[in-house]
Design a protein around this ligand. Structure first.
Ligand SMILES: [Zn+2]
Length: 215
């Protein structure tokens, strides 16, 4: 039977295909995050039955591996180092937004209101998991702040324990310097119903309440 034909995926649960090559494909797909045996099998059979999709995927992976790199200045995912944000003279170099992951830059760029630049930490401090300050690029962050004469550092980190720990560390790192350090406000989402807001969010929103003009 053609592997892509209906019923091709109905091997006994836990069993293996008679093709070692197909097994290798399924197993390598299973290595991908979020894919179990069932999904990996479905994708493998789809790729065998659809040569064009398979060829496109192979080319896309090859191209991405060859072309994608990280910006040496900010850590963003880019095809040119330094990246277009770091080299754009229209971006305010004195405003630096510190994020944990390069993915965190995307919502800012999509919303297009932030005209400063970024710095990617790559991970958050987590002493319990053995992630210490020396594992994060704090030296490069300090160098970047000096080089660009940064006036304001905006910490756009998760509100998790790791995010809080990292924010506190940066706060201490920059203590005594003429830099305005700020964090993103946390609170009730726009359009969110107050009655359904969890306690921690409500408490933070209350702590970080802002004045109302004329109030
Ligand atoms: Zn960059």
């Amino acid at each position: 039977m053609h592997p892509g034909a209906p019923g091709g995926g109905r091997q006994a649960s836990g069993g293996e295909f008679q093709s070692p090559a197909l097994e290798r494909l399924v197993r390598s797909l299973q290595q991908l995050p979020g894919l179990g045996r069932k999904s990996a099998t479905r994708i493998a059979l789809h790729l065998l039955a659809n040569h064009e999709d398979a060829a496109q995927l192979t080319t896309a992976v090859d191209d991405a591996r060859r072309q994608v790199t990280r910006c040496g200045r900010c850590g963003a995912i880019t095809e040119s180092d330094p990246c277009a944000i770091c080299t754009n003279p229209g971006r305010d170099a004195s405003l630096l937004c510190v994020v944990a992951s390069p993915v965190d830059i995307l919502p800012f760029e999509k919303a297009a209101f932030f005209r400063g630049r970024y710095f990617v930490l790559g991970r958050l401090l987590s002493p319990l998991d053995g992630v210490r300050a020396e594992d994060l690029p704090f030296d490069r962050l300090r160098a970047r702040i000096d080089e660009d004469e940064v006036r304001e550092v905006i910490l756009a980190l998760d509100t998790s324990v790791e995010g809080e720990t990292t924010a506190l560390y940066v706060q201490r790192l920059l203590a005594g310097r003429a830099i305005h350090l700020s964090r993103l406000a946390t609170g009730i989402p726009v359009g969110g119903a107050l009655a359904y807001t969890d306690e921690a969010t409500l408490q933070r929103a209350f702590q970080h309440r802002t004045g109302v003009e004329g109030g």
